[in-house]
Ligand binder design. Sequence first.
Ligand code: GAR
Length: 197
Amino acid sequence: MLNIVVCVSGGGTNLQAIIDGVKSGTIRNTRIVGVISNNAGAYALTRAKENEIPAFCISPKDYADREAFNQAFLDKLAELAPDLIVLAGFLVILPKQMIATYRDRIINIHPSLIPSFCGTGFYGLKVHEEALKRGVKVTGATVHYVDEGTDTGTIIAQKAVEVLPGDTPEVLQRRVMEQAEWVILPKAIDEIATRTK
Ligand code: GAR
């Protein structure tokens, strides 16, 4: 059984896709042992509670400095002892120690075809705004392992999505989620959970 912790900051639609996948059996051999948010108001926390998944808010606002926040976050992870950490819209710079401790055991979903529209400053709606500004006809999403860089780790899966005339960032974001993110993230977890070592 692959024990996963999902880290979130916002609405949690990717978390929902994972919860649904575990429930329906499209994600096999997997248990969500905890959800951690840096944001007390994140709807993702409600989704976790509604599904009886232990949910925790660890917010920088509640700690004296970044170091204290990082330590609290690392302590919670250690307590939950995940085999895999899934960043599903988690908009926090990870503590260096976390990347070292969980090397090759952290994955992230990014809403573009890496190496386009990624790196520092590219997150959430901003990614789609930039894709529309550039006039690309195809965008998509990427699941990748997390290393010390921003969106630089080994790519696990990608899926392309068409940009259509008249798209707003919001409309494009939704299409990328529906057609790519909610498909490739659950699939990547299933593959990791079922691969033979
Ligand atoms: C998703 O589109 C995810 O790809 C993006 O944040 C959104 C979270 O939505 N992540 C990044 O931009 C990371 N750089 P959700 O909370 O509804 O899953």
